[in-house]
Structure formats: C-alpha cells, structure tokens
Design a protein around this ligand. Sequence first.
Ligand SMILES: C[S@@+](CC[C@H](N)C(=O)[O-])C[C@H]1O[C@@H](n2cnc3c(N)ncnc32)[C@H](O)[C@@H]1O
Length: 432
Amino acid sequence: MTPAARLSAAIDLIATIDAQRIPAAKALKEWGTAHRYAGSGDRAAISGLIWDVLRRQSSAAYLMDDDSARARLLGMLKLERGMDLATIAALCDGSRFAPEPLSTAEEAALTSRSLADAPAAVAGDYPEWLDPYLAKVFGDDRAAEATAMASRAPLDLRVNTLRGKREKVLPRLAHLGATETPWSPLGLRIALGADARNPGINAEEDFIKGAIEVQDEGSQLAALFSAAKPGEQVIDLCAGAGGKTLAIAAMMGGKGRLIATDHDKRQLAPIHERLSRASVHNCEVRTPRGEADVLSDIKASADLVLIDAPCTGTGTWRRNPDAKWRMRPGALEVRLKDQAEVLARAAPLVKAGGRIAYITCSVLSEENGEQVRAFVARHPEFSVQPPEETASVVWDKAEAFAGAALRSDEGWLMTPRRTGTDGFFVSVLKKG
Ligand SMILES: C[S@@+](CC[C@H](N)C(=O)[O-])C[C@H]1O[C@@H](n2cnc3c(N)ncnc32)[C@H](O)[C@@H]1O
C-alpha cells in the first residue's frame, strides 16, 4: 500500500470505530482479518495513524472545525506528525486509493487555524469532565501537561542488575537505537516510530536471559524511591504481573525476604515465569485462595510494604490513548475506595521504623496527595518522609530531579512533560 492508500484505510477505520463504538484494538484486528493482502508494514502504519488520531481526537477536530474521521486525520497529521500543508496535500491528491484532494476549507483550516483559543480539555485532548481534576494539579499548565500525556511514548527498559550491567547491555541493543534514560541508573530507552512497529524486545538475547525488562523509567524511579535494601523484609501488596517486584528484587540483590501478593490471583499469573527468567530466588509469591488472608502470619514485621496501587492510570494515557476517552467518573470513585483499602491493609504489616511506599500511575491529587493525607489522619503513627529525602537516597541526580518533578508535601509527581516519564506519584510513609 502507498502512504496515501494507508491514509484512506485509516479514515475508513476511524469512521467504523465512530459508527460501531468499538475499541480501536478490536477494529484494527478485524481490519487485518478482512484485508489479508495488507503486509505487516501496512498494518503497523495504519495502527500508528489510528492511535495518533485517538491521541489528538479533540484538538484535531477543533483545528479543522470539523469532527469527521477525515478531518481528524488531517488535523492529526499537522498536530502530531508536524506535517505542513504541502506534504498533506501531496498525500491527498485524489489518485487511485488516495484520499480526495483537500477542499478550500480544509486548506484554510490547516494554514490559518490554531489551538490558541481552544479550551484546555480540547487543546490537551482529554475528556471535559476531568478538567477540574487536572486544573487542581496543574493549574494553567494543564493543557501543556495533557498534550505531553497524549504524545507517543518511547519504549523503556530496566537492566536487571541480578543478570547484567547497563554499560554491557547498551552496546548490544545499539541496533535498536537504545540510549541511556536521563534519570534511572538502570534505564535504557528506544524511541518508537510513528508506524507503531514493535521492536521485538522479547526476541533479544538479553531479554531471554533476564538481563532486561520492559519498564517505564517513572516506574523504575518509583521502585528506587522505596529504597528497598538487601536483607530487608519487603511485601509487594499489589504485585500484579510483577513489574515492581522484579525491580525491588534486583535492589535487594538476592538477600532478604520478598513476598509478592495481589488480591486478584489472575493478575499474578505471569509473575512466576518473570521471576524465574530474572533469576530472582528470594521471592515468595502468595496467591490468594478464597477468603483466607495470605499474610495472616505477618504482624508488624515488614521493613517495607510496597503499594503499587490500583488507580485510574491517567499517568499512562500516552500508552493508552483509547482508554483515556473511555474513562468515566465512576472509575475514579472505585479506585479511591480500593486505594484506601490497600493502605489500611498495609499499615499493620509494617514494623516500627519501617515504611510504606505508596505509588500510583495517576496524576490526580484525589488518588495521590489527598489519599496520603487521609491515610495519615487515620494512622497518626505514620508520617510522610520529606520528598527530598526519598530522592536523595537514590542518586546524585536528586537536585535536577527536584527541579523537574512536581513536589507536594506528600511526595513526587512525575509527568511526561516534566520528567519525560509516564505520570507516576510516589510517597514514602514512615511508621513510628
Ligand atoms: C497498578 S497494578 C499493579 C502493577 C504491578 N505492581 C506491576 O508493576 O506490574 C495494581 C494491582 O493492584 C491489585 N489490587 C487492587 N485492589 C487490591 C487490594 N485491595 N489488595 C491488593 N491488591 C489489589 C490489582 O489486582 C492490580 O494487580
């Protein structure tokens, strides 16, 4: 397929997604089945176009003053891909399989309209009901923050120090264009192209041998801020597929006791294979069975309880542009309740002098600072460790990090705009 034919296919697909109200991933899969002649390059390119239209859904429609599938695609080409009028016009030349030539109104919109007067929710591409929530966190910066939260994310990797060293792994991933991430001493970054092609990390020898894991740099920093140490007793209460568990295990260097659990046993399913590939030998996975409390033997003995809390995931919008538009107010209410529950469960597990590391991948203060304040009010035996302290334990970049991240009395908030990471909040709460 020519680049122009891919645009035509993308316009048709967006119209289908609109009309049938189906998730983009499902629509793309069905399109692939119905167009078996399309090669993998075509599929990747068309997926990339669809995801980018979802990223710029509102702003592209505003720019074009038209919310049709075609208008949103054209607006996206300008806003997300930085194409000028001549480039867009050359693609839309009306030839066989290419989109129709640009109308006078489309040409005018692409040259003279801008987002300068657009409401923040439109310029920043987020559901309008979230505007007061984002205003509370970011104030007048919310459109700029949200725009960064809508832009395509790179692929970040964490080098597993149980199996390798960053300086050794880096040259082996040179063919993928890997570079060091700016903050994490363990991070590597691979920029992803507009065609959404997967670089095939799972087939890399370093991945197979457990020397690298896919993990956003913000997630790596959140784990580092917990300051897990060799010899400690650490409980990962919301371990899920084990992303943080693996990072914590590497920090512990195989020494001490690590317990991973989750209230949903299905979420834990991939953790066993991942722990084994990463050569983690000191982690006990406790899978819930029925109503029994799998942590009933643990009473005020943990040095660290890690809570990678269930959250709305607003910090990961750049990886899930479809989920962003599907988010409903009810989802926030449910998550707030879950978070309070997990915090209450963690409190009695921690020993005097121990700590809770509370982490979310959301930017909303209801899930972050407000949740922490409410917990400390209910549990005065806990107090927030000053954020500067949590960062300085980690590394010499603490000062630059403090200048970049958003600090509150309760902890650090990382965002795509500020730290180039997914949105992550981290608070460390000391007991006694
Ligand atoms: C953000 S995800 C964890 C991701 C995982 N730690 C990782 O890094 O791959 C949140 C997890 O919390 C779990 N969860 C939700 N409510 C919980 C509760 N009340 N107690 C324990 N886990 C809970 C969910 O099942 C989900 O796996």
